[in-house]
Ligand binder design. Sequence first.
Ligand code: UD1
Ligand code: CA
Length: 459
Amino acid sequence: MVTAVILAAGEGTRMESELPKVLHKLCGRTMIGHVLEALQPAAENNTVIIGHRAEEVRKSIGEDFTFAYQLQQRGTGHAVAQALDYIPEKGEVLIVCGDTPLLTSDIFKELLAFHREEGCAAAVLTADLEEPFGYGRIIRDKTGKVIKIIEEKDASPQERQIKEINTGTYCVEANLLKEALTLISNDNVKGEYYLTDLVQILNDRHHKVSALKIDDFFLAQGINTRVQLAEAETVLRRRINEKLMLQGVTMMDPSSTYIDIDVQVGRDTVIMPQTMIQGVSSIGERCVVGPQSRVVDSALGDEVTFQNSIILESVVEDGANIGPFAYIRPESRICRGAKIGDFVEIKKSRIGAGSKVPHLSYVGDTTVGQGANLGAGTIIVNYDGVAKHSTVVEDGAFVGCNSNLIAPVVIGQGAYVAAGSTISDDVPGDALAIGRSPQLNKLKAAERLRSILKSKNRK
Ligand code: UD1
Ligand code: CA
């Protein structure tokens, strides 16, 4: 059985943040969320060590995991010791920091396989660095055997020359880990209980410690600053985009396509530049999304056109046509084949199949049936300054341009609202409503008016 212990009790001061470090997000998922996801196929049992703002971290992770509390930050060895009760007697324990979101399942599996092949007590994931400053160094004897890890602060000038560093990821035999943890002391420059002392303790007791070197250290690097956060996010974004492209999604410019990790995109969909698809969103097949669009926690069906627009927490059914410059706000549903055109805002509304809201409209708290048309400039007056009210536009109704529908109001099936109307009473089905003052033509009045105005101007 493989158990994982994830260290996430630290504060992460260099993030300069109110938020605990491991809760910062990359591509829509927290740092620790990425670590736990990558561990999923490798370990059956995960214990997360929490301390700094523990409840926030716990709440974000959810109750599928075991939590152990480290109330005081007394070092990485002390942190792992808090998980003692959850570590079984047999099997391997992966020890991982919560701030290494680029580590993949493959790397964990490789470390496990290496550990088993070597038949070692502990395997350390290491890397060669040109500038190893700040990291624990791997000390080997003349035969190349790993004998201990020395921290920067405790290292001699000679030891500081060593370029092989400890990434902070380990695989250890459970029973030996439990034994060694009780032997770690805080007799060092920082006065902390160093997990890294494990190596020397095992070695002294004639247990084998091996090192697996990772070629690309970047993947094992812990994130300490927002600069590193952004760099890591770039790598993750590239992984997501490449995976989607290989699944049949066209991206005109992957470097300006920002897709979160939980997003699904169907085959033969084209994503145009400067488009963000975020949160839990899905895009169907043969859609065109973008350029310059943002989809958040929304679902788009197949063959949807969505250009230069924003949609939040809403649904667009197959074949609908959105934008350019539409803004679709939460709890909306744009049904099959409907059209939402330029400069249209939709809020908490359902636009029925084949209905059109083509230009310059606000539609809030409204249910529009099928095959209806809201002409240019139609405004749903849903708010009276105190409460929101709802509007219904039934199937096949036609609302002429620049009309105000004052909610609550119902426009009956097949009814016709004359352009420029302000409608405050229900319109029965198939009726024609004209809600504007009658037109008056004064013959020759324009000419007279002009001469009056001119003579006034001369004075
Ligand atoms: C550690 C290693 C060092 C290695 C480096 C890689 C030790 C003693 N040193 O050093 O050899 O090169 O990582 O990045 O382990 N944490 C707790 N509780 C604590 C202390 C730390 O949960 O009391 C957590 C931190 O939140 C962090 C991780 O453990 O996620 C590593 O701790 P950190 O203080 O960053 O260790 P380093 O000094 O960087
Ligand atoms: Ca660190």
